[in-house]
Write a protein of this length. Structure first.
Length: 195
């Protein structure tokens, strides 16, 4: 396990957009966001500086669905044994998921802030918030909701978006408290996600 604040950033971003890749004997973390989020990527780079392998670089990524290239910003950490600890928890049979001990792992406002910056947004039609968890199964979403309530006192609920895809809905009455909890960890360029 990594020391803080590295641990919190890794946990938050693994719940969001990052992935772990085995590279030889050990694992590395890959950070990859759309080009519009370049300042956020630079913020993550600074937060993870003790373990990074290379600075952020711009790349083109092919999207099979739209059949177009999109600009992205990406960097990797070094391949280190400590990241294997996270791989054991977040990956089963090569697929990323929510660890059974997520309540223990998602314990700091910084981890929550990184997860929200990666996969959260304000609703346009009301003052509610949403965490995009479509890649996780219903039981995994339930574990995340239990962690939000147990660790931070935030009441949330699952919301079906289609088929077996679920998001976490944070109602308007809880949203200001959620935003206040993470506000000190949100860099200015991501402030648009807060109330």
């Amino acid at each position: 396990m990594l020391p803080e604040p590295l641990h919190a950033v890794v946990v938050g971003t693994l719940l969001g957009d990052a992935c772990l890749e085995q590279n030889g004997r050990w694992w590395r973390l890959r950070i990859d966001h759309r080009i519009e989020d370049v300042e956020y990527v630079r913020w993550k780079y600074k937060m993870l500086l003790p373990i990074v392998a290379n600075p952020p670089r711009q790349i083109l990524v092919w999207d099979q669905r739209t059949r177009r290239y999109y600009g992205h910003v990406r960097f990797d950490t070094r391949s280190i044994p400590e990241l294997g600890w996270y791989a054991e928890r977040f990956y089963v049979n090569g697929c990323k998921g929510v660890p059974h001990d997520i309540r223990r792992l998602l314990s700091s406002p910084l981890a929550l802030a990184v997860w929200y910056m990666d996969d959260g947004h304000r609703r346009r039609d009301c003052r509610a918030l949403r965490l995009n968890t479509q890649a996780f199964g219903f039981e995994e979403v339930e574990r995340l909701i239990e962690a939000l309530e147990g660790n931070f006192g935030i009441e949330a609920r699952p919301h079906r978006v289609s088929g077996n895809q679920w998001v976490i809905y944070i109602p308007a009455k809880e949203a200001p408290r959620f935003c206040d909890l993470i506000r000190q960890h949100i860099p200015p360029e991501m402030g648009y996600k807060l109330l």
